[in-house]
Design a protein around this ligand. Structure first.
Ligand SMILES: [Zn+2]
Length: 156
């Protein structure tokens, strides 16, 4: 059994979202996350980020944690890891709750082993919270959505 969680793409400047009104791709710059964004084409308001963000490169991740105006909840996972599959839908719930308050980022440690090494990830899943470029909390092992929410709130 596998649960497919929708994710948002990212690059070195921001999150890539498709306007639900006109279908135009837009970039939400990391610096302005948490603010209102308007579609560049139809000028309608874009909905806040409510899904996990898929990290596809090391520079994208460093840009996100370094520049994001919001707390970043980074989930280090791997495709072969059973507990990671259980935590994915919980993180999706947290992402949907957080819209505009925090951002959930997914790091596949098989594809980005350099990040796992850089942040000293020795077990997966591991969640690391970042604010203004600094690590503010860390939790190894899977957690239900309530536990993740508590971790975020305690970290402030
Ligand atoms: Zn639009």
């Amino acid at each position: 059994m596998s649960i497919v969680v929708e994710t948002i793409e990212s690059d070195e400047r921001g999150l890539l979202v498709t306007c639900p009104h006109c279908g135009k791709p837009n970039r939400m710059n990391y610096e302005r996350l948490g603010h209102a964004f308007r579609c560049g084409q139809c000028h309608d308001n874009l909905p806040p980020i409510g899904e996990p963000v898929e990290i596809t490169s090391e520079p994208s991740f460093y840009a996100l944690i370094g520049r994001s105006a919001l707390t970043v909840v980074a989930d280090f996972w791997a495709p072969w890891c059973g507990p990671c599959k259980m935590v994915a839908p919980e993180l999706a719930k947290i992402a949907s709750e957080g819209s505009g308050r925090w951002v959930v980022a997914e790091i596949n440690t098989e594809e980005l082993p350099g990040l796992a090494q850089r942040f000293g990830i020795s077990a997966i899943p591991t969640m690391v919270l970042f604010k203004a470029g600094r690590e503010i909390a860390r939790q190894a092992g899977s957690l239900p959505a309530a536990g993740i929410r508590q971790l975020i709130q305690q970290a402030g």
